[in-house]
Design a protein around this ligand. Structure first.
Ligand SMILES: Cc1cc2nc3c(=O)[nH]c(=O)nc-3n(C[C@H](O)[C@H](O)[C@H](O)COP(=O)(O)OP(=O)(O)OC[C@H]3O[C@@H](n4cnc5c(N)ncnc54)[C@H](O)[C@@H]3O)c2cc1C
Length: 500
């Protein structure tokens, strides 16, 4: 039987950084991945002459070399920065409605305030106050939470205490009366998976502030380039990776990890496991029920699975300007409704007036697609459960119908889009389920509801000794948090192994 100091299950962001951090310290690590490429969500695939980005719309937390964000610092320490090139985006996002309303928010605070005040003069003072609120909130959050103030108090951090757990819609209603303005300022809920009624203001304020302060980025070569760079570093530091080889069992004895059994029935002896598989899969499929502590079962039952997504990957036979696409990140907004009705639409098998994001990677990086072409990734959030109820024979019809509706929405804003399609591929919640192995194709782990927000997360720890979790099921979702979560899980193992 083979023996490793640690086994990492899954080569998504969290699994990759966990494996690379351990290998860099000389820990003998085996990385098991069920798919045939590394990355999980952070991958690409090819159709015709296009290599399509699967997930990344905007990378957060990188910052510039002069003003680095936490992610840049972590990737630098890991030794992968020199093999990567990042492309800074100049826009936060563009919002387009079928009625012809257009606005582009930039990455500069004063520019955004001026732009919004020009479009919404009746909300002038409230816009100033709202941007001040986001900045004050973010400063409190950084002081208390990011720098881990050991003695936080209401007096020191008044905005954090007052606003962190209130829902985003409540705050927007308090500041503004214009429904379109409220919808524009809350579109990032689409990156967090829950509508403004359920989204803690902590998240909305921080995502907006982060992208403005540390800028959004794309990656040269797409997110696959990032996954490949981390994998290559892991291998060059002595790590072993097996693809198309999942883990089917984590063997636990006396409350401790003993070994991992692969899909090929190889048993690998190890005392430490980092699971980048979903928490649900880890405890309900990989570990025998008698070894799963009651506390874990209770926790899993008390949480909600996040949404999945319906995505269209389009390769166009022309440059973006010919289609009228001028910004990298474009929210197509048909409805200004930010109420709970959004949840009904996410459960629905039709595509009507849902919020969609269309990212065009060739705006900031003219070499992203072959010369004379460009590509767009169009996403709307959809829960997986209704897709699982579609009889197999009807699946293609439903998928086709949704794709047609999505394309019509794209054509409302970019009328020539259909004429210029050279390649098109569609991913549904079932696609995510198949490639990630997550229940119902959930792409953001557990729902980021206020009760499960960053203030209450369990982190990488498990009551089973030797088992750690990394990725979107162990904390917040998104590239930055999941990449950092793997590093945090690895550091816990490094401390226990006593490695210097
Ligand atoms: C459409 C879409 C758009 C997104 N846009 C953005 C964005 O713009 N910005 C942003 O920051 N984030 C974005 N995200 C979120 C981000 O991609 C994810 O939060 C992040 O990539 C999840 O990383 P993870 O570590 O949780 O691993 P995952 O990506 O969930 O990967 C888990 C891996 O584990 C493997 N695995 C599972 N079970 C087993 C097993 N038993 N054995 C072996 N391997 C196993 C899977 O095959 C997979 O490779 C987006 C996600 C999606 C889907």
């Amino acid at each position: 039987m083979e023996r490793y100091d640690a086994v990492v299950i899954g080569a998504g962001n969290g699994g990759l950084t966990a494996a690379a951090t351990l290998a860099k310290k000389g820990v003998n690590v085996l990385l098991l991945e069920r798919h045939n490429i590394p990355g999980g969500c952070a991958t690409s695939f090819c159709r015709g002459r296009f290599e399509f980005e699967v997930a990344l719309h905007q990378l957060s937390g990188l910052g510039t070399p002069e003003k680095p964000g936490l992610l840049r610092m972590e990737l630098d320490k890991l030794g992968v920065m020199e093999n990567l090139e990042f492309v800074e985006l100049s826009d936060l996002y563009h919002v387009a409605t079928p009625k012809g309303f257009r606005i582009t928010l930039k990455t500069d605070r004063s520019e955004n305030i001026a732009m919004l005040q020009e479009k919404f003069p009746h909300e002038k003072d409230a816009i100033d106050r709202y941007f001040d609120l986001m900045a004050s909130y973010a400063n409190d959050m950084i002081g208390a939470f990011i720098f881990r103030d050991p003695e936080p108090s209401r007096e020191k951090y008044p905005y954090l205490y007052k606003y962190a757990l209130r829902n985003s819609k409540e705050i927007l209603d308090e500041y503004f009366s214009d429904p379109l303005l409220k919808a524009i300022l809350s579109v990032y809920w689409g990156y967090l998976g829950v509508p403004p009624t359920r989204l803690a203001f902590a998240y909305l304020a921080m995502i907006f502030f982060q992208y403005m302060e540390f800028k959004p980025y794309h990656i040269k070569g797409g997110s696959q380039a990032l996954s490949n760079a981390i994998l290559n570093k892991f291998i060059s530091d002595g790590g072993t990776a097996r693809f198309s080889c999942g883990a089917k069992k984590i063997v636990v004895k006396n409350g401790r990890v003993k070994s991992v059994v692969t899909d090929n029935n190889d048993e690998i002896i190890t005392e430490y496991v980092v699971s980048n598989a979903s928490q649900v899969t880890t405890y309900t499929q990989l570990i025998d029920p008698e070894y799963v502590p009651e506390s874990v079962s209770v926790e899993i039952k008390g949480r909600n699975l996040s949404t999945s997504a319906f995505t269209m990957f389009i390769g166009f036979d022309c440059e973006p300007e010919e289609l009228g696409i001028t910004e990298s990140t474009n929210f197509l907004m048909d409805s200004t409704d930010i109420s709970d009705a959004i949840l009904d639409r996410m459960q629905n098998l039709n595509i009507q007036d849902e919020l969609m994001v269309l990212s065009c990677y060739d705006i900031a990086d003219a070499d992203f697609s072959p010369p004379g072409t460009c590509q767009a990734n169009v996403v709307t959030l959809k829960y997986g459960e209704p897709w699982l109820r579609i009889p197999p024979r009807q699946y293609h019809d439903v998928k086709f119908r949704c794709a047609e509706s999505m394309l019509k929405r794209v054509e409302q804003i970019y009328p020539d889009a259909k004429k210029h399609i050279e390649e098109i591929e569609v991913g549904t919640p079932l696609t995510h389920m198949r490639y990630l192995g997550h229940p119902f194709g959930a792409i953001y782990g557990y729902e980021m509801l206020t009760k499960d927000s960053l203030f209450f997360q369990p982190g990488p720890y498990s009551p089973i000794q030797g088992l750690f979790l990394a990725g979107g099921w162990a904390g917040d979702n998104g590239f930055e948090p999941t990449l950092r979560s793997g590093i945090s899980a690895a550091k816990s193992i490094i401390r226990r192994l006593g490695v210097k």
